[in-house]
Structure formats: structure tokens, C-alpha cells
Write a new protein. Structure first.
Length: 288
């Protein structure tokens, strides 16, 4: 088993789970892309290490990925395993740079003033990954690029809502400060894990923004590309389920257990996504 596949298997993430619907060669390529994204994200999240150490480590990853595009080998196994994937699917160096820029933002930025600033972060850490992923999935219609951008932002906003507690415990607040002010929720309330009706209204507005991105993704995906995007469609279904669970909980993200999609439910969503494709349903199972 390659290093990348071991990382992917160990993660048991929603993204890795979606690979089950892909042909083996594309699933293998996605495992290698996922391992890269997982590893650089883990570097940024190692809060026990000094920020300067993590910055140097991310710079090393940046140098290593650039070496592949210069025709040289890489000393980091996960990066070296990406080399044939980059060649076969013509993955963009610029998008790898954006992914690294995004995870590096977490070294310096723990607050976002506006949605404009947060959108830039979401594009880098989620949409850029989606844009690389669709090259591996294979597509003909360029509208798939808009789909990847919208769906990436929808998934990331869902993540941000689900992880408010975990992020607050690390000192991070991703919901824009302008929105906190609008709903009269203080930073202190979030950092002290204080749930209120005001926070419920605030989180509901973030959920509405996420729903708008799901809807834009739903509308921008050409029906002819639903087969090629089946793994992404499964991701949309899983995260849509998370958003619905958050809504049913009235967005009380401060209490345990953390909202998650159970394994049986994920298996049902896999089956439902596959069946909808085989039966010719054009509408995705999210964003309605």
C-alpha cells in the first residue's frame, strides 16, 4: 500500500469515502490528491508547534510540489506519488499554490471581517481542491469548473458551521465579525461556547449562505456531466445531510456529540446517489 493510500484509509473522511463510486484508476489518483491536502492541512493544524516551524514546513511542501513541475523528483513521499497524477490529469501548479496559500492563512488569520474575506479562504481550501478533483474525474463541459467552485464553498461553509466549537477551542472564529455584530453575538460568547437565540439566528444566516452555494452548484452542473461528477455529487449529498442535521439541532453546535453522518446513513447516500444516476434523475440530492 502506498503512503497516500495509507493516509486516505486512516482518515475515514467524508471526502475519502466518496472515492468508492469512482473507477479504480481515478480513485487511486484521488487518494493521492487527498493525501497531499490532508498532510498540508495537518501541518497548519499542529498548534503545539511554533508558527515559524509550521511556516517553514509548508514552504518545504511548496518547494517540493514546484520541483515536480520542473521535472525533478520530490523527497516527500506523498508529493512524489502525485507526480504521475499530475502528468496524467494535467493538474494545475497554480491550484496547488492556492491550496497551500489557504492552509497557510490559518497560521496568521483567526478572524475574518467580512464574507468577502472568508470566501477567499473557502476558495483556496475547498474550491481549489474541487477544481483539481474534477480534472481527475474527467469532464467535457467547462461549466463543471463553476460547479466545483460553488460546491467547494458550500461544503466549507457547512464545515465551518459544524466545527464552531472545535475552532473556538483553538481560538478561531470563522464566521465573519460583521455577521457577529449584525446578530449581536460577541466573540467572547463563541469562545466560551455560549449558545443563545442570537447565535441560532447567526448560524441560520450562515446556513442560508451555504444553501445558496448548494443551489448554485446544483444549477451549474450540466446533466450530461452528472456521471463524471458522481463522487462530488455524493459529497454534496453527505454535507447537505450535515446541514439538515445542524438545522434540526437549531444550530446548537456547542453541545456534544458533534453532528455527523452515521456510517449506515452514508451507505444509504452512496446507494441513493448511484441509483439516482442509473435511473436518470437529473436533480441532485441536495440544494432543494
Amino acid at each position: 500500500m502506498s503512503v497516500s493510500h495509507a493516509i486516505t484509509k486512516k482518515s475515514a473522511s467524508n471526502l475519502a469515502m466518496a472515492f468508492v463510486l469512482l473507477p479504480k484508476a481515478r480513485a487511486d489518483a484521488m487518494a493521492k490528491l487527498y493525501a497531499f491536502c490532508r498532510q498540508v492541512d495537518d501541518v497548519a493544524d499542529e498548534t503545539a508547534r511554533p508558527v515559524d516551524d509550521r511556516r517553514r514546513e509548508l514552504a518545504r511542501w511548496r518547494t517540493e510540489i514546484r520541483r515536480l513541475y520542473e521535472g525533478a523528483g520530490a523527497s516527500i513521499p506523498v508529493v512524489e506519488e502525485l507526480a504521475p497524477v499530475i502528468r496524467a490529469h494535467k493538474l494545475s501548479l497554480g491550484l496547488f499554490e492556492e491550496i497551500l496559500n489557504g492552509v497557510e492563512m490559518d497560521l496568521d488569520v483567526s478572524r475574518y471581517e467580512t464574507y468577502g474575506e472568508l470566501d477567499a479562504y473557502c476558495y483556496r481550501v475547498a474550491s481549489a481542491v474541487g477544481l483539481q478533483s474534477i480534472e481527475i474525474f474527467g469532464y467535457s463541459n467547462p461549466a463543471c469548473r463553476d460547479y466545483a467552485v460553488h460546491l467547494g464553498k458550500a461544503l466549507q461553509l457547512t464545515n465551518i458551521l459544524r466545527d464552531v466549537r472545535n475552532d473556538a477551542e483553538r481560538g478561531y472564529i470563522y464566521i465573519p465579525l460583521a455577521e457577529l455584530a449584525r446578530y449581536e453575538v460577541s466573540e467572547r460568547e463563541i469562545l466560551s461556547l455560549n449558545y443563545s437565540e442570537r447565535f441560532q439566528a447567526l448560524a441560520g444566516s450562515v446556513a442560508s449562505r451555504a444553501r445558496s452555494f448548494y443551489q448554485q452548484a446544483r444549477q451549474s452542473l450540466p446533466p450530461s456531466e452528472r456521471g463524471s461528477m458522481i463522487a462530488a455529487e455524493l459529497m454534496g449529498s453527505v454535507y447537505w445531510e450535515l446541514l439538515l442535521q445542524l438545522q434540526r439541532r437549531r444550530f446548537d453546535v456547542f453541545r456534544e456529540p458533534r453532528v455527523r453522518v452515521s456510517k449506515p446513513r452514508k451507505l444509504l447516500l452512496i446507494l441513493r446517489t448511484w441509483m439516482r444516476l442509473k435511473m436518470g434523475f437529473e436533480a441532485p440530492h441536495y440544494g432543494s
